[in-house]
Ligand binder design. Structure first.
Ligand code: BES
Ligand code: MN
Ligand code: ZN
Length: 480
């Protein structure tokens, strides 16, 4: 999808017009005579839409209501509706008109929303369909707006949305295609294309490093694990200590010997590498937009299966950092592979480590599919900043505590830690487990809810959402 900024409206192009009441007259004045008389305040009241077909072009008009009630998310969702309607009309090119109210808060968020939504909305994963049914037709959506710095922000947002779609593609790939080796290869190819460095540790290297967490989860698999290291280090990087992004790259989670017990709960588990996909997508976004930050990415990857040599409840595993872990549920595998990556991150002397993981069903129960659970040992400035990035991108976060009492649930009779807590607070005990392997400011994002959707949700779509890419990008660009 191309979304060029335009300084003047074009004739003879399908046009989607977004009207907030304060800009009614100014917006209407931009449109052809034939369309104007019907655009009364009543006709385009909040959430109304109208359609005109003039001899020159089709006009889709959307009322956004009063400026005071306008949000960027409302603009994204309304724009998503317009993109759907334009595709239904089989338009290949279109233009979007949005005049923001003069004193709109966070104008850059609105400009970003205009730039990203056409790409996010038009996403389809048709790779495995011989003859896709009614594929989207739009290839270019030009954007006309009065927002400051719109040209640069829209170009940037298109690239970030594109990176989000790359993450979606990775999540949507079936598990027989996207093995751990394939995930690493995709990272390498994207690194070559976008200009970030990728190093891949293969099984022998992982063995020589004694990454016991990753290796134990891999024991039931026919396919070798990988550990990918991504690096984006432009000459003008402003940070001396890197930011490290860690992504769970579990390419399929059966639960292992503690096989997933609930009917249907395995049916979306190709999404268990969505954290890894978000890290890869974030690197694409940072590199494509040349963001001056030094960032390292770590993606431990394997599938989790009940093979004949599979790791087993009551096994005691020696992790990469020497910690011993009593395994009491092989389905708590994410924390096993992430723990090794978090220990590995210490050598970089990081300013901040952020991990993203589809870690717990408890997070889905607690906050649903629209929200990410965040736990943090970073200072309040950084923690609040990522929560603010959540609001800006509408990849919203809600914080759970890491109070010391929760750690008691992980005490083991035989080892330093056990890999599950009790019945309650499962997302927090998972967080406490990971915390053990950190010695730096750290933010943990449990994306189990928003990573993969069974039913479509506006521009987030269905299946892989690419959650985390826009969030990480916004946070790293603006706060570190
Ligand atoms: N990958 C799952 C968590 C998950 C659940 C992701 C739903 C996306 C949607 C994770 O590996 C897992 O199985 N967690 C267990 C932990 C438990 C055994 C302590 C869970 O949440 O049930
Ligand atoms: Mn699991
Ligand atoms: Zn898992």
């Amino acid at each position: 999808m191309k979304t060029p900024y335009i300084a003047a409206l074009q004739d003879q192009v399908a046009t989607a017009v977004f009207l907030c009441e304060e800009q009614l007259e100014a917006t209407v004045a931009l449109l052809p005579e034939a369309v104007r008389p019907s655009l009364t305040p009543e006709a385009i009241a909040d959430s109304n839409s109208l359609q005109y077909i003039t001899p020159q072009a089709t006009y889709l008009i959307y009322g956004l209501g009063k400026a005071a009630e306008l949000t960027a998310e409302k603009l994204r969702k309304t724009l998503h509706g317009a993109i759907g309607a334009l595709n239904k009309l089989k338009a290949t090119q279109a233009q979007v008109v949005f005049l923001a109210p003069a004193d709109v808060a966070q104008p850059e968020v609105y400009a970003t929303a205009l730039g990203e939504t056409p790409t996010l909305s038009s996403y389809e994963f048709n790779k495995y369909k011989k003859k896709p049914k009614d594929p989207n037709t739009l290839t270019a959506v030009a954007i006309y707006t009065n927002l400051p710095q719109a040209e640069q922000l829209i170009e940037e947002a298109t690239k970030t949305a594109n990176a989000t779609c790359i993450a979606r593609d990775l999540v949507n790939e079936p598990p027989n295609v996207l093995t751990a080796v394939e995930l690493a290869n995709r990272a390498r190819e994207l690194g070559e294309e976008y200009g970030f460095r990728v190093e891949i540790f293969e099984k022998t290297k992982i063995e020589s490093l004694k990454m016991g967490g990753l290796l134990s989860v891999n024991r039931g698999s026919q396919d070798p694990p990988t550990f990918s290291i991504l690096e984006w280090k432009p000459a003008n990087a402003t940070n001396t200590q890197p930011i490290v992004l860690v992504g769970k790259g579990l390419v399929f989670d059966t639960g292992g010997l503690s096989l997933k017990p609930t009917a249907g709960s395995m049916d979306s588990m190709k999404c268990d590498m969505a954290g890894g996909a978000a890290v890869i997508g974030a690197f694409v976004a940072l590199a494509a937009n040349n963001i001056p930050r030094h960032v390292i990415g770590l993606i431990p990857s394997t599938d989790n299966r009940p093979g004949e040599n599979a790791y087993c409840p009551q096994d005691v595993i020696t992790m990469y950092d020497g910690t011993t872990v009593e395994v009491l549920n092989t389905d708590a595998e994410g924390r096993m592979i992430l723990a090794d990556a978090l220990s590995f991150a210490k050598q970089y002397n990081p300013q901040l480590v952020i991990d993203l993981a589809t870690l717990t069903g408890a997070a889905v129960v607690a906050v649903g599919t629209g929200t990410t659970a965040v736990m943090s040992t970073a200072n309040d400035t950084l923690t609040q900043a990522i929560i603010q990035s959540g609001f800006r991108t509408h990849e919203r976060l809600v914080q759970l505590p890491l109070w010391p009492e929760y750690r008691e649930q992980l005490n083991s009779d035989i080892a330093d830690l056990k890999n599950i807590g009790g019945r309650y607070a499962g997302s927090i005990t998972a967080g406490k487990f990971l915390e053990h392997f950190t010695d730096y400011p750290w933010i943990h994002l449990d994306i189990a809810g928003p990573a993969f959707l069974e039913t479509a949700d506006s521009y987030r779509g269905k299946n892989g959402t690419g959650v985390g890419v826009r969030l990480l990008y916004d946070f790293i660009r603006n706060n570190t």
